[in-house]
Design a protein around this ligand. Structure first.
Ligand code: GLN
Length: 256
Protein backbone atom coordinates (compact mmCIF):
# COMPACT_ATOMS: atom_id res chain seq x y z
CA UNK A 1 0.00 0.00 0.00
CA UNK A 2 2.73 2.37 1.04
CA UNK A 3 4.75 1.49 -2.02
CA UNK A 4 1.74 2.06 -4.22
CA UNK A 5 1.27 5.48 -2.69
CA UNK A 6 4.91 6.33 -3.26
CA UNK A 7 4.60 5.23 -6.85
CA UNK A 8 1.57 7.45 -7.25
CA UNK A 9 3.36 10.43 -5.75
CA UNK A 10 6.36 9.81 -7.98
CA UNK A 11 4.16 9.55 -11.07
CA UNK A 12 2.44 12.75 -10.04
CA UNK A 13 5.79 14.48 -9.69
CA UNK A 14 6.91 13.28 -13.09
CA UNK A 15 3.68 14.46 -14.70
CA UNK A 16 4.13 17.85 -13.04
CA UNK A 17 7.70 18.05 -14.27
CA UNK A 18 6.60 17.19 -17.79
CA UNK A 19 3.91 19.87 -17.62
CA UNK A 20 6.40 22.45 -16.39
CA UNK A 21 8.61 21.41 -19.29
CA UNK A 22 5.83 22.09 -21.79
CA UNK A 23 4.95 25.32 -20.07
CA UNK A 24 8.56 26.37 -20.44
CA UNK A 25 8.33 25.70 -24.17
CA UNK A 26 5.23 27.83 -24.52
CA UNK A 27 6.88 30.56 -22.55
CA UNK A 28 9.92 30.49 -24.81
CA UNK A 29 7.63 30.74 -27.83
CA UNK A 30 5.86 33.70 -26.29
CA UNK A 31 9.18 35.37 -25.57
CA UNK A 32 10.22 34.96 -29.20
CA UNK A 33 6.86 36.66 -30.02
CA UNK A 34 5.42 34.82 -32.91
CA UNK A 35 2.96 36.67 -35.14
CA UNK A 36 0.61 34.00 -36.50
CA UNK A 37 -0.24 34.98 -40.08
CA UNK A 38 -2.91 33.50 -42.32
CA UNK A 39 -2.68 33.76 -46.12
CA UNK A 40 -4.26 31.92 -49.04
CA UNK A 41 -0.99 31.05 -50.72
CA UNK A 42 -2.17 30.96 -54.32
CA UNK A 43 -2.20 34.59 -55.30
CA UNK A 44 1.02 35.51 -57.10
CA UNK A 45 2.69 37.97 -56.86
CA UNK A 46 1.30 38.52 -53.34
CA UNK A 47 1.55 35.03 -51.84
CA UNK A 48 2.68 31.90 -53.62
CA UNK A 49 5.04 28.98 -53.36
CA UNK A 50 7.52 28.13 -56.08
CA UNK A 51 8.33 24.51 -56.73
CA UNK A 52 11.32 23.44 -54.69
CA UNK A 53 11.10 26.53 -52.46
CA UNK A 54 10.18 26.01 -48.85
CA UNK A 55 9.42 29.61 -47.94
CA UNK A 56 6.28 31.32 -49.11
CA UNK A 57 7.07 34.17 -51.46
CA UNK A 58 5.50 37.39 -52.63
CA UNK A 59 4.84 41.02 -51.84
CA UNK A 60 2.53 40.27 -48.90
CA UNK A 61 4.94 37.69 -47.49
CA UNK A 62 7.88 40.10 -47.54
CA UNK A 63 5.73 42.90 -46.16
CA UNK A 64 4.33 40.91 -43.23
CA UNK A 65 7.79 39.58 -42.33
CA UNK A 66 9.02 43.18 -42.28
CA UNK A 67 5.99 44.29 -40.23
CA UNK A 68 6.58 41.46 -37.72
CA UNK A 69 10.27 42.33 -37.47
CA UNK A 70 9.40 45.97 -36.85
CA UNK A 71 7.15 44.74 -33.99
CA UNK A 72 9.94 42.58 -32.54
CA UNK A 73 8.19 39.39 -33.63
CA UNK A 74 8.63 36.69 -36.18
CA UNK A 75 5.95 35.90 -38.75
CA UNK A 76 4.76 32.31 -38.81
CA UNK A 77 2.70 31.92 -41.98
CA UNK A 78 -0.11 29.40 -42.38
CA UNK A 79 -1.70 28.60 -45.72
CA UNK A 80 -5.49 28.77 -45.37
CA UNK A 81 -8.15 28.85 -48.12
CA UNK A 82 -9.33 32.41 -48.79
CA UNK A 83 -12.86 31.85 -47.51
CA UNK A 84 -11.45 30.25 -44.32
CA UNK A 85 -9.23 33.20 -43.37
CA UNK A 86 -11.74 35.38 -41.48
CA UNK A 87 -13.18 32.35 -39.62
CA UNK A 88 -9.60 31.38 -38.61
CA UNK A 89 -9.04 34.89 -37.29
CA UNK A 90 -12.31 34.84 -35.38
CA UNK A 91 -11.41 31.44 -33.90
CA UNK A 92 -8.09 32.98 -32.76
CA UNK A 93 -6.07 30.44 -34.72
CA UNK A 94 -4.16 33.30 -36.33
CA UNK A 95 -3.35 36.89 -35.29
CA UNK A 96 -3.47 38.61 -38.68
CA UNK A 97 -4.53 38.00 -42.28
CA UNK A 98 -2.48 39.29 -45.17
CA UNK A 99 -3.82 37.87 -48.39
CA UNK A 100 -4.52 40.59 -50.92
CA UNK A 101 -7.63 41.17 -48.87
CA UNK A 102 -9.72 44.12 -49.97
CA UNK A 103 -10.94 46.47 -47.26
CA UNK A 104 -14.72 46.65 -47.49
CA UNK A 105 -17.69 47.39 -45.24
CA UNK A 106 -18.92 43.82 -45.11
CA UNK A 107 -15.57 42.58 -43.76
CA UNK A 108 -15.23 45.59 -41.46
CA UNK A 109 -18.18 44.20 -39.50
CA UNK A 110 -16.07 41.15 -38.67
CA UNK A 111 -12.45 42.35 -38.56
CA UNK A 112 -10.28 45.40 -38.00
CA UNK A 113 -8.18 46.49 -40.97
CA UNK A 114 -4.79 48.17 -40.99
CA UNK A 115 -4.25 51.29 -43.06
CA UNK A 116 -4.36 50.40 -46.78
CA UNK A 117 -1.05 48.98 -48.03
CA UNK A 118 -1.74 48.39 -51.73
CA UNK A 119 -4.08 49.86 -54.36
CA UNK A 120 -5.70 47.18 -56.44
CA UNK A 121 -8.81 46.62 -58.52
CA UNK A 122 -10.60 44.06 -60.63
CA UNK A 123 -10.01 43.19 -64.28
CA UNK A 124 -10.82 40.27 -66.50
CA UNK A 125 -9.06 37.59 -68.52
CA UNK A 126 -10.58 35.97 -71.60
CA UNK A 127 -9.33 33.55 -74.26
CA UNK A 128 -7.18 35.14 -76.98
CA UNK A 129 -9.76 34.25 -79.63
CA UNK A 130 -12.62 35.88 -77.68
CA UNK A 131 -14.47 38.40 -79.83
CA UNK A 132 -17.69 38.99 -77.92
CA UNK A 133 -16.26 40.17 -74.58
CA UNK A 134 -14.37 43.45 -74.69
CA UNK A 135 -15.52 45.04 -71.42
CA UNK A 136 -17.53 44.18 -68.31
CA UNK A 137 -20.82 45.21 -69.88
CA UNK A 138 -20.37 42.43 -72.45
CA UNK A 139 -20.48 39.71 -69.78
CA UNK A 140 -24.26 39.39 -69.96
CA UNK A 141 -25.20 35.96 -71.28
CA UNK A 142 -21.74 34.54 -70.54
CA UNK A 143 -20.17 32.18 -68.04
CA UNK A 144 -17.64 33.67 -65.64
CA UNK A 145 -15.30 32.05 -63.10
CA UNK A 146 -14.37 33.79 -59.85
CA UNK A 147 -12.56 32.80 -56.68
CA UNK A 148 -14.93 31.90 -53.86
CA UNK A 149 -15.35 34.46 -51.06
CA UNK A 150 -13.76 37.34 -52.98
CA UNK A 151 -14.87 40.80 -54.04
CA UNK A 152 -14.90 39.48 -57.62
CA UNK A 153 -17.41 36.81 -56.61
CA UNK A 154 -19.60 39.42 -54.90
CA UNK A 155 -19.59 41.78 -57.86
CA UNK A 156 -20.10 39.24 -60.62
CA UNK A 157 -22.97 37.60 -58.73
CA UNK A 158 -24.74 40.98 -58.82
CA UNK A 159 -24.52 41.18 -62.62
CA UNK A 160 -27.67 40.36 -64.46
CA UNK A 161 -27.66 37.42 -66.87
CA UNK A 162 -24.21 36.15 -65.91
CA UNK A 163 -23.67 32.51 -64.98
CA UNK A 164 -21.10 32.38 -62.17
CA UNK A 165 -18.79 29.48 -61.35
CA UNK A 166 -17.08 29.86 -57.96
CA UNK A 167 -13.78 28.01 -57.61
CA UNK A 168 -11.19 27.75 -54.84
CA UNK A 169 -8.25 29.58 -56.40
CA UNK A 170 -7.46 31.91 -59.31
CA UNK A 171 -5.41 29.05 -60.78
CA UNK A 172 -8.54 26.90 -60.86
CA UNK A 173 -10.39 29.75 -62.59
CA UNK A 174 -7.71 30.13 -65.27
CA UNK A 175 -7.79 26.39 -65.89
CA UNK A 176 -11.55 26.46 -66.30
CA UNK A 177 -11.21 29.30 -68.82
CA UNK A 178 -8.66 27.38 -70.89
CA UNK A 179 -10.83 24.26 -70.73
CA UNK A 180 -13.67 26.43 -72.18
CA UNK A 181 -15.85 25.76 -69.13
CA UNK A 182 -16.26 29.54 -68.75
CA UNK A 183 -15.77 32.55 -71.06
CA UNK A 184 -14.02 34.92 -68.64
CA UNK A 185 -12.27 35.13 -65.27
CA UNK A 186 -12.78 38.18 -63.07
CA UNK A 187 -9.97 38.62 -60.57
CA UNK A 188 -7.60 41.17 -59.01
CA UNK A 189 -5.71 43.24 -61.61
CA UNK A 190 -2.13 42.68 -60.33
CA UNK A 191 -2.73 38.93 -60.12
CA UNK A 192 -4.15 38.85 -63.65
CA UNK A 193 -1.22 40.94 -64.91
CA UNK A 194 1.30 38.65 -63.24
CA UNK A 195 -0.40 35.59 -64.69
CA UNK A 196 -0.32 37.03 -68.21
CA UNK A 197 3.16 38.58 -68.07
CA UNK A 198 5.18 36.33 -65.80
CA UNK A 199 3.88 32.85 -66.45
CA UNK A 200 3.39 30.86 -69.61
CA UNK A 201 -0.21 31.95 -69.99
CA UNK A 202 -0.85 30.72 -73.51
CA UNK A 203 -4.13 31.31 -75.32
CA UNK A 204 -5.48 33.97 -72.97
CA UNK A 205 -5.38 37.77 -72.76
CA UNK A 206 -6.26 40.37 -70.18
CA UNK A 207 -8.65 43.23 -70.90
CA UNK A 208 -8.02 46.83 -69.88
CA UNK A 209 -11.51 47.55 -68.53
CA UNK A 210 -11.55 47.95 -64.73
CA UNK A 211 -14.53 46.95 -62.64
CA UNK A 212 -13.52 48.61 -59.39
CA UNK A 213 -10.69 50.19 -57.42
CA UNK A 214 -9.88 48.45 -54.14
CA UNK A 215 -7.40 48.81 -51.30
CA UNK A 216 -5.74 45.88 -49.56
CA UNK A 217 -5.44 45.84 -45.78
CA UNK A 218 -4.03 43.55 -43.10
CA UNK A 219 -6.92 42.14 -41.05
CA UNK A 220 -6.97 41.58 -37.30
CA UNK A 221 -9.52 40.47 -34.71
CA UNK A 222 -12.07 43.11 -33.75
CA UNK A 223 -11.16 42.89 -30.06
CA UNK A 224 -7.46 43.50 -30.72
CA UNK A 225 -7.22 47.27 -31.22
CA UNK A 226 -3.75 47.21 -29.69
CA UNK A 227 -2.45 44.95 -32.47
CA UNK A 228 -4.08 47.17 -35.10
CA UNK A 229 -2.20 50.14 -33.67
CA UNK A 230 1.11 48.26 -33.65
CA UNK A 231 0.66 47.02 -37.23
CA UNK A 232 -0.17 50.55 -38.44
CA UNK A 233 2.88 51.92 -36.66
CA UNK A 234 5.06 49.25 -38.25
CA UNK A 235 3.63 50.01 -41.72
CA UNK A 236 4.28 53.71 -41.22
CA UNK A 237 7.87 52.99 -40.21
CA UNK A 238 8.41 50.82 -43.30
CA UNK A 239 7.12 53.64 -45.51
CA UNK A 240 9.44 56.11 -43.79
CA UNK A 241 12.59 54.01 -43.86
CA UNK A 242 12.26 52.96 -47.51
CA UNK A 243 11.69 49.28 -46.76
CA UNK A 244 8.16 49.33 -48.22
CA UNK A 245 9.51 50.83 -51.45
CA UNK A 246 12.21 48.18 -51.65
CA UNK A 247 9.65 45.40 -51.34
CA UNK A 248 7.35 47.16 -53.83
CA UNK A 249 10.14 47.45 -56.38
CA UNK A 250 11.15 43.83 -55.92
CA UNK A 251 7.69 42.61 -56.92
CA UNK A 252 6.32 45.33 -59.19
CA UNK A 253 9.53 46.69 -60.65
CA UNK A 254 8.61 50.31 -60.07
CA UNK A 255 8.51 52.76 -57.26
CA UNK A 256 5.13 53.54 -55.79
N1 GLN B 1 -8.90 41.23 -53.22
C1 GLN B 1 -9.86 40.20 -53.35
C2 GLN B 1 -10.71 40.12 -52.12
O1 GLN B 1 -10.34 40.62 -51.10
C3 GLN B 1 -9.23 38.83 -53.63
C4 GLN B 1 -8.25 38.38 -52.61
C5 GLN B 1 -7.69 36.99 -52.81
O2 GLN B 1 -8.18 36.22 -53.57
N2 GLN B 1 -6.63 36.67 -52.13
O3 GLN B 1 -11.74 39.54 -52.13
Amino acid sequence: MKLKKLALVLTGALVSLALVGCGGGDQAKQDAKVLRVGAAVDFAPFEFQDEGQKEYQGFDMDLIRAVAKEMGSEAEIQNIGFDGLIPALQAKNIDVIISGMTINDERKQKVNFSDPYYQSGLTMIVRSDEEAIKSFKDLKGHKVAVQIGTTSANMVKEMEGVTVTELNTPADCFMELKARGVDAVVNDRPVNDYYINQTQAVGVKSLADKLSAEDYGIAMAKDNADLQKKVNEALKKLHENGEYDKIYQKWFGASK
